[in-house]
Design a protein around this ligand. Structure first.
Ligand code: DC
Length: 223
């Protein structure tokens, strides 16, 4: 039994999971785990080790050996890979496609899911990703599926890209749509709405409205 809840936020690229999960975790006094960053880190580590993104066996090894830590430095969340700050490198468009590519492989998913379960074992954690409510924590105390229209998601994603302006809106939209197909049609843990998830369409909602809606539905959080 966990003494504190596990909260899951799944949804497609650019739905607002990152912004919302940070705000929700702060408001509820919880830790946030960005599972997309873990898949991005596998793609980045593989690239620097010369392991191709279509080699499931070697990628499984990369995922198992991944030395990843999440820190908050001066109020800003950072991701360290083998002690090196890779926060910006992980947001490059190439790593978005790389993460989507490596995440189709079973051995990669098995290794990262084990790490995610371990990180959130005692609860008090908000996890954002694609399969958290369906596969990683099917017994989570609160599950959300955050969605938005593709054009709105592409616009939001464009604002996060490193370096700023690296891709046009049309390029970002094309990548968002390509990842939607790849993430939701893959064999292992495809993106889908859990039966017991609360579905939120954020197309015309502000961040405050989305976070407020989620906070109202969290068990055992003072408000
Ligand atoms: O959330 P993100 O854009 O950082 O995720 C990058 C890719 O990683 C996404 O295209 C699919 C994959 N991913 C996944 O398969 N499962 C997760 N729990 C999180 C991300």
């Amino acid at each position: 039994m966990r003494s504190r809840p596990v909260v899951t936020i799944d949804g497609p690229s650019g739905a607002g999971k990152t912004t919302v999960s940070k705000r929700l975790a702060d408001a509820a006094g919880m830790i946030r785990v960005d599972t997309g960053a873990m898949y991005r880190a596998v793609a980045l580590a593989a690239r620097s080790l010369g392991v191709p993104w279509d080699d499931p066996v070697r990628l499984g090894g990369v995922a198992r050996e991944l030395e990843l830590s999440f820190r908050v430095l001066s109020g800003v969340p950072r991701v360290l890979l083998s002690g090196v700050d890779v926060t910006l490198a992980l947001r490059e468009p190439e790593m978005s496609m790389g993460a989507s590519a490596v995440s189709v492989h079973g051995p990669v998913r098995v290794a990262l899911v084990a790490k995610q379960r371990e990180m959130a074992r005692d609860g008090g954690v908000v996890l954002e990703g694609r399969d958290i409510g369906t596969v990683v924590f099917p017994d989570a105390e609160a599950k959300f599926f955050l969605d938005a229209a593709a054009a709105v998601r592409a616009r939001r994603r464009q604002l996060q890209i490193s370096p700023p302006g690296a891709q046009s809106f049309e390029e970002v939209l094309r990548d968002v749509l390509r990842r939607d197909v790849q993430d939701s049609t893959r064999e292992h843990s495809p993106l889908r709405v859990a039966d017991d998830a609360v579905y939120i369409d954020s197309t015309t909602m502000t961040v405050d409205e989305v976070v407020g809606e989620m906070l109202r539905r969290l068990p055992g959080v003072p408000r």
